[in-house]
Design a protein around this ligand. Structure first.
Ligand code: MN
Ligand code: MN
Length: 291
């Protein structure tokens, strides 16, 4: 049998789909080591590793209506990529579907939030990252992956983005944020307070009707997800991130998984990213179906 190329269980047509996968093979703003452009296809490939039946909810992903749009074009600049991703995702949100964007470096995430309709219910962002990504501009590029939380703050407001898992920031970012006021919880605080109370606190802070999750895979410890552009020790566990997804699911309208870099992968990082995408789908389904 031919090896399937799309995301596992993505057998629905676009019109019938509840969840829509889109890959962005773009890593031109990576600051340390490139490779995330190969992320979408590696995550798709590893998505076939898993059973479609979900032990915890009793749901079967084979019954989920998932469509895989494939990958976007390979863009020449970050500006071009941002315009392209927005255009791809606007009709997805408009049709009431749940987009799952696979990166690509973290520069690919803000256009997904920007594509969310202005007249739709209010949107907050749970931003999982080892880094604050709060620079106004980096190496002359305001659309660098080092500026992504800042671009989202400009779209939804400082109080409507909460960053979890931070452990690498510049002094300038911290000082700058004192005037802007985007809440963040460091990985060290999460280790001290526990993921459950942290997530409760984050969800209480976000007063918006709907939520979007942006997952930079480097939020997770390099022991589990080392295949990424800028690995950073003292990270979250995969189970911590699963807990975030489980708790956010009832308000979730879209998500992305960014910065998986297959050239450094022995398979575990791509498998984890694929499994987390499937976890999000099954949890959103479960909450919509009252399980
Ligand atoms: Mn990031
Ligand atoms: Mn990061």
């Amino acid at each position: 049998m031919a090896r399937p190329t799309g995301f596992a269980d993505a057998s629905a047509s676009f019109d019938d789909a509840e969840f829509v996968i889109l890959g962005v093979p773009f890593d031109r703003t990576t600051s340390f080591r490139p490779g995330a452009r190969f992320g979408p296809d590696a995550i798709r490939q590893h998505s076939w590793n898993f059973e479609s039946y979900d032990l915890e909810t009793g749901l079967d992903l084979a019954d989920a209506r998932i469509h895989d749009l494939g990958n976007t074009d390979e863009y020449g600049s970050a500006e071009e990529m941002v315009r392209g991703v927005r255009e791809e995702l606007r009709p997805v949100y408009r049709a009431g579907k749940f987009p799952i964007l696979l990166g690509g470096d973290h520069a690919c995430a803000p256009p997904s939030v920007e594509a969310y309709p202005e007249d739709a219910p209010s949107l907050g962002v749970l931003y999982l990252d080892a880094h604050l990504d709060f620079r106004q501009s980096y190496l002359g590029d305001a659309r660098s992956h080092a500026c992504s939380s800042r671009r989202m703050v400009e779209r939804v407001g400082a109080r409507n983005v909460v960053v979890l898992g931070v452990r690498s920031v510049s002094r300038e970012e911290v000082d700058d944020n004192k005037t802007v006021g985007m809440p963040f919880v460091s990985a060290h605080e999460i280790a001290r307070d526990g993921i459950q109370s942290t997530v409760q606190r984050a969800l209480n802070m976000l007063k918006t009707e709907r939520l979007y999750i942006s997952l930079d895979i480097d939020a997770i410890d390099p022991a589990y997800a080392g295949a990424t552009g800028t690995p950073e020790p003292f990270g979250l566990t995969p189970r911590d991130v699963k807990y975030v997804f489980d708790q956010a699911a009832p308000r979730l309208v879209g998500m992305d998984i960014m910065e998986v870099s297959p050239p450094y992968d022995q398979g575990n990082t791509s498998a984890l990213a694929a499994r987390l995408a499937r976890e999000a789908i099954v949890r959103v389904l479960a909450s919509r179906r009252g399980r």
